[in-house]
Design a protein around this ligand. Sequence first.
Ligand SMILES: [Zn+2]
Length: 85
Amino acid sequence: MNKTIRPAQPSPQLYARRMQSGLYLDNEDGLQKRCACCGEHWPADTEFFQKRAGGDGLDSHCKDCRNTQTAIKKQERKHGYGNTH
Ligand SMILES: [Zn+2]
């Protein structure tokens, strides 16, 4: 019951760059970050992104996509598939 949610902590330069590129959205709901995988914006905190060293402190993929990718990778390994051409 002691779940601590940490917000993204980008440097001012990183923040400016990501706002410009559309990776960040900052509105009345707070700072949101676009997932590099599904392209959806999610609240930029550790509830939606895994904690990571460097950058803004958050993973570039949302937790949902991380889970999906892990699941897909497991399946690929199981069936012996590599890259599909
Ligand atoms: Zn995603």
